[in-house]
Ligand binder design. Structure first.
Ligand SMILES: Cc1cc2nc3c(=O)[nH]c(=O)nc-3n(C[C@H](O)[C@H](O)[C@H](O)COP(=O)(O)OP(=O)(O)OC[C@H]3O[C@@H](n4cnc5c(N)ncnc54)[C@H](O)[C@@H]3O)c2cc1C
Length: 345
């Protein structure tokens, strides 16, 4: 079969929400499993590397661009595949917008993903970093995914255990990076109401708006309001959302820091670890609102970097290093970047 929808010399800056990067030799819009297979088989024949992209909202491209084929995942469709007294199981193509999938569930009064309303990007990328927001994460409702195993030229089904999800990570960011292309995800949502306790900032918004009836729709509306205040819209302002992951530190280290910073917020992760909001750490370094090498530290949420006037990857790289160094020098905490990098193979 012939591969359709192919473009040449496409600017990666236009395909990624951070708005940086050179050109890709080819971009192919992939709408079916068979098209995906053909992209890989043809690229192999032509000795071209392939990189997979969804909405480009968690991806930083480099100035040299990509000397190969970008497979732009556009497999459509949302289907209900099982239904019982308590749950409804839905399956979405990798190219479905994540927020469209959330809306699909909310419209059917299903709960489980409504707090993740408004996260940009595609359903197919959601498992890659086990997306999460306001107390929910993908792993909570995840059943399985279908993927193309590139080396074996086979379509496979992977369970939650296979994906090995944890905070903002899965096998697809680590040892299995570049092994699979996710084609469909399957989630089990619940026929019940969202249950408190909710994330602090969400609860504050619910209280101040006097919302006491908790439905998937009321939580979705509240989350969208809170996000609009805290996160710049990537359609208007170039950014990749949270540029750094929250810091996970040992409990003793947080307790030690709290002697000097009694207001430092912490959230329990497990018996020995706590999460510290990286935005708070960056703010304490007096960097909130600052313009560093063309990157603006967002004034509403210091964990977000906005590409205000950066033109090269190096600008971003210098800004990133300034922030990492400042946090390390003040808190002895090493912070990690959240978006992935589109590397030349
Ligand atoms: C304003 C803003 C707010 C955000 N808020 C949140 C948030 O609250 N929580 C959160 O978790 N994230 C958040 N993000 C990050 C981002 O939206 C998510 O990580 C999202 O899942 C990325 O989807 P994408 O389709 O844009 O992925 P891309 O950026 O296109 O790709 C990201 C990575 O996934 C890989 N990938 C993409 N599709 C596939 C596929 N089908 N199969 C295999 N690999 C694939 C790519 O190769 C790349 O390595 C935010 C981003 C922005 C810009």
């Amino acid at each position: 079969m012939r591969v359709v929808n192919i473009s040449t010399n496409v600017s990666l800056a236009t395909m990624t929400t951070m708005g940086l990067g050179g050109t890709a030799n080819y971009v192919v819009d992939v709408t079916t499993d068979e098209e995906l297979r053909q992209v890989y088989l043809n690229a192999k024949t032509m000795s071209q590397p392939v990189y997979v992209i969804g909405g480009g909202s968690n991806l930083i491209a480099h100035d040299e661009g990509y000397p190969g084929v970008i497979a732009h995942m556009m497999i459509p469709g949302i289907e209900i595949i099982a239904d019982d007294n308590d749950t409804t199981t839905i399956q979405a193509g990798a190219g479905v917008s994540w927020d469209e999938l959330v809306r699909f569930g909310v419209d059917r009064q299903l709960t489980g993903i409504e707090a993740m309303s408004g996260i940009p990007g595609s359903a197919g990328a959601a498992p890659v970093q086990n997306i999460g927001a306001y107390g929910q994460e993908l792993a909570d409702t995840f059943v399985s995914l279908e993927a193309y195993d590139i080396a074996k030229d086979l379509f496979v089904t992977l369970s939650a255990a296979d994906c090995d999800f944890s905070y903002r990570r899965s096998i697809f960011r680590e040892n299995a990076a570049g092994h699979y292309v996710i084609t469909r995800i399957t989630l089990r949502l619940f026929k019940s109401s969202p249950q408190p306790p909710f994330y602090d900032s969400l609860q504050r918004h619910l209280d101040s708006s006097q919302i006491t009836e908790y439905t998937p729709q009321s939580i979705r509306d509240a989350v969208l309001d809170v996000r609009a205040d805290k996160l710049p819209d990537p359609k208007i302002v170039r950014n990749s959302g949270s540029f750094f992951k929250n810091a996970i530190v040992e409990k003793w280290q947080a307790e030690d820091l709290q002697k000097n910073y009694p207001d430092m917020p912490t959230y329990p992760m497990d018996e020995n670890h706590v999460k510290i909001p990286t935005g708070w750490l960056i703010e304490q370094c007096d960097l909130k609102g600052e313009l560093i090498h063309g990157m603006r530290v967002h004034k509403g949420n210091a964990v977000v970097l906005i590409n205000e006037s950066a033109t090269h990857y190096d600008d971003l790289s210098l800004a990133r290093q300034t922030i990492i160094d400042a946090v390390r020098d003040r808190f002895r905490i090493s912070i990690d970047q959240e978006p992935l990098e589109l590397m030349t193979p």
